[in-house]
Ligand binder design. Structure first.
Ligand code: GAP
Length: 457
């Protein structure tokens, strides 16, 4: 049975060391999360898989790691100071704050905000109190740079990573002698003072994005947009997300972000939430480079030697959330089955198996000696030493073997290597497959090659 509620996976994630509430001992910090020992491995593997597909395996995309803090004019040029806002209303009675568009949509009213024209029939959903007029709330976090805290020293924590790519467009193009079309990819933190964060790591105020900006001749934008749409969908499917749980959703004209000419979301069917955004593919046209050219006074054009022409490239953006992707992979891999192993422990009826793709599994190989006795322990530690340089491994010698298999199934470990007393004689170990539960005897000397064929590295 798949995860039927988000709550179930939230509890599991805490119990097995994937995700913890931030600042828990102080009562928690709302909508901020910490990744535990297994969560950090999962999220790192998500980012690694993205980098592999987007940079390492492509001839036309290079990487970048730009600073979180950027010149404040960046956000004027990008349109975020003016347009990155949510419409808010406050309850005059209980003081609770609400997203005005959400309240109207819930009543079947099309959100259309004009100053002083709030529909008085829409009241506070909690206490029925009268609501204030709508005001715009900017989602960017502000801070100050340097010793003086005044307007001149005010800067922002970036609300999206892609702006660092636009500002470095010429640096990257010229230093790497790149010809159009080419892409620039980066992974990094972004911050948004979301009004309605929630649903665990789905919407948080601090999160990580994996963004790629592909620069093309304007005539190529439409085809390139279609190409990246398919590529990004394939990436999620190739890493094991069930096809029926994914779909595209095209943005209607009125919901397009201020920079976008066209946009598709890749949506995932989250338990208890239904289909919601997982990632986006955006045709940003020449908005970003033109605006930064205007605000910086620096020409940001491409000189096409073959065409002997200078022009502003168009940008096709692929934007994925590392946290949202990790959550979708976790939810999709979570499965409860009837007890299938460890008959020596009849108490449990249900087992959890995390059927994560091998590239995403936090631990790739568990080494399990059948007994804690010295000769087995010594051999098992030698076996683990031979594997740990290549893969993330775990050593576990406590509890019955069935219980130990279950512990590994629960965290998604694709292979368990068991060392028994016969191993001392025949120099062979048993390799157990998480999904099929098949067991194979493998020569210790050939174990690395055997696992290499199964796991790659
Ligand atoms: N540069 C374009 C951009 O930022 P977006 O649709 O606002 O587009 C892209 O965000 C992706 O970033 C989303 O599809 C989602 O995966 C992730 N994301 C956005 N806001 C988030 C939040 N508050 N918490 C977690 N992930 C978020």
């Amino acid at each position: 049975m798949p995860a039927d509620t988000l709550e179930k996976v939230v509890n599991f994630a805490k119990r097995r060391g994937f995700v913890f509430q931030s600042s828990e001992i102080y009562g928690g910090l709302s909508s901020c999360y910490d990744y535990g020992p297994l969560g950090v491995e999962l999220k790192n593997n998500v980012k690694k898989a993205w980098w592999k597909a987007m940079v390492r395996e492509r001839n036309d995309v290079v990487g970048l790691d730009s600073a979180i803090l950027m010149h404040p004019k960046t956000w004027e040029a990008s349109g975020h100071v003016e347009g990155f806002t949510d419409p808010l209303v406050d309850c005059k009675k209980c003081k609770k704050r609400w997203r005005a568009d959400h309240l109207l949509e819930a009543k079947g009213i099309k959100p259309d905000f004009r100053p002083g024209e709030w529909d008085k029939s829409v009241t506070c959903p909690d206490c029925g109190g009268e609501l204030t007029d709508v005001r715009k709330f900017n989602l960017m976090f502000k801070t100050f740079m340097g010793a003086v805290e005044d307007e001149a020293s005010q800067i922002y924590l970036r609300p999206e990573t892609c702006q660092g790519i636009y500002l470095n467009f010429l640096n990257v193009q010229q230093s790497m002698r790149l010809k159009l079309p080419f892409g620039v990819a980066q992974i990094g933190k972004a911050f948004r003072n979301e009004i309605t964060p929630g649903h665990f790591t789905f919407r948080t105020r601090e999160f990580e994005q994996m963004e790629q900006q592909y620069f093309v001749h304007p005539s190529e934008a439409k085809n390139t947009f279609a190409m990246w749409k398919e590529e990004r969908m394939k990436w999620y499917q190739n890493l094991g997300i069930k096809k029926e749980k994914l779909r595209f959703r095209e943005h209607q004209e009125k919901e397009l972000a201020h920079y976008a000419k066209a946009a598709f979301d890749i949506e995932y069917d989250y338990p208890g939430m239904g289909f919601k955004e997982l990632a986006g593919i955006h045709n940003r046209g020449d908005w970003d480079l033109s605006r930064h050219e205007e605000f910086s006074g620096q020409e940001l054009k491409y000189f096409d030697q073959e065409k002997n022409a200078k022009y502003t490239p168009h940008i096709i953006e692929t934007s994925d959330g590392a946290d949202r992707a990790a959550l979708a992979f976790l939810l999709d891999a979570y499965e409860e089955v009837e007890a299938r192993s460890g008959k020596e422990d009849a108490k449990h009826e249900k087992e959890i198996i995390l059927r994560l793709h091998k590239d995403l599994a936090p631990i790739k190989v568990a080494v399990l000696p059948l007994s804690k006795k010295e000769p087995l322990q010594k051999l098992s530690k030698e076996v683990r030493s031979g594997l740990r340089n290549t893969w993330m491994t775990q050593y576990d010698e406590t509890g019955a073997i069935g219980k130990r298999y279950r512990r590994q199934d629960e965290i998604g470990t694709p292979y368990c290597v068991t060392i028994d007393f016969e191993s001392l004689e025949d120099k062979q170990v048993t390799v157990r497959d998480r999904d099929t539960m098949e067991q194979e005897r493998v020569e210790i000397g050939e174990l690395k090659d055997y696992l290499d064929k199964k796991l790659g590295n």
